[in-house]
Design a protein around this ligand. Structure first.
Ligand SMILES: C[S@@+](CC[C@H](N)C(=O)[O-])C[C@H]1O[C@@H](n2cnc3c(N)ncnc32)[C@H](O)[C@@H]1O
Length: 293
């Protein structure tokens, strides 16, 4: 990128080409988000001002961001935020970048919470990371004027700092607890809903993931052990005793095969009387099971 005159159109074309050559799977979107960050413009405005000349200082700031993206840093970390559901979440390398697929999990939980037979009681987001699931549910419940405690746990203290920051910025209340899965909770605490997007990537697969993920996102958020089921097995082992009668467990995982394995584990651990569903959404699946009422 030389220091001569750059219109938005020229800069946009150049960056798309450059990011594509450097391995970005979404060069056009990345370009517009980075341009928007520097010029403080929404995407549509960029498209409407393609003849505008970019100022020297803007160009210098923009170059810095493009360099980071070319090194495969996720756009969400560069911007320090990511849209999830109807939230604008703060994110950085302490947490996984929330994925659009996980919004399906939020939909399932919110639908369940609308049903008249849903038990009274708290909602748990186990392995909360940035707080994405818990905060999306909390915001929707606030809009419905429905009062339920929202718990969110993670083994990672740094991740919980991000979740707390998001809760504060969104003015939402979370009961945040740090600890290894169920150990984070008081022994007698049960829930009307337990939602989780835990680590489920097979350990040996991580090294072959795109650098955006492998080199930047916390491996603690990804690594599901040798068969990807290490954490899922431990979730399944105690889910039944943590659910209220008629409560819902909804867990995101990888392949449909992993989903079937999880459904079997849950049945083996006392959730066999419930209704189990396996939903496949893009690269992920979702297992939901209702505890007998
Ligand atoms: C796949 S990320 C999901 C983050 C967030 N829920 C989302 O959907 O964007 C998994 C999270 O589980 C946490 N985690 C990993 N092992 C854990 C454990 N043994 N107990 C509790 N949390 C754990 C990680 O720190 C990470 O924040």
């Amino acid at each position: 990128m030389t220091d001569d005159i750059w219109t938005l159109q020229r800069l946009r074309d150049w960056t798309c080409d450059y990011l594509q050559k450097n391995g970005s799977a979404t060069p056009r979107l990345d370009t517009d988000l980075l341009l928007g960050e520097v010029l403080k413009l929404p995407r549509l405005q960029i498209l409407m001002r393609l003849e505008q000349i970019v100022q020297k200082e803007e160009l210098a700031a923009y170059k810095g961001l493009v360099k980071r993206r070319a090194a495969r840093e996720p756009v969400a970390y560069i911007l320090g935020r990511r849209a999830f559901y109807d939230l604008d979440l703060r994110v950085d390398k302490r947490v996984l970048v929330p994925r659009p697929e996980t919004e399906t999990l939020v939909d399932v939980v919110l639908l369940f919470l609308k049903e008249p037979a849903t038990p009274e009681g708290a909602v748990l987001d186990l392995c909360t990371g940035s707080g994405a699931i818990a905060l999306a549910v909390a915001k929707a419940l606030r809009a419905r004027q429905s009062e339920r405690a929202l718990w969110a746990t993670d083994v990672s203290g740094p991740a919980l700092e991000v979740a707390q920051q998001n809760a504060t910025l969104l003015d939402l209340q979370l009961e945040l607890r740090q600890g290894d899965l169920w150990d984070a909770l008081p022994q007698d605490q049960r829930f009307a809903v337990i939602a989780s997007n835990p680590p489920y990537v097979l350990h040996d697969v991580i090294a072959g993931l795109e650098p955006d993920v492998r080199a930047w996102e916390p491996h603690l958020a990804l690594d599901g052990g040798a068969d990807g089921l290490e954490i899922l097995r431990r979730i399944a082992a105690h889910a039944a005793e943590r659910l209220l009668p008629g409560g819902l467990l909804a867990v995101e995982l990888g392949s449909p095969a992993q989903g079937r394995a999880m459904a079997e584990l849950l049945a083996a651990h006392g959730l066999q009387g419930g209704k189990t569903e396996l939903i496949t959404e893009g690269p992920t699946s979702l297992v939901t099971v209702r505890a007998p009422g």
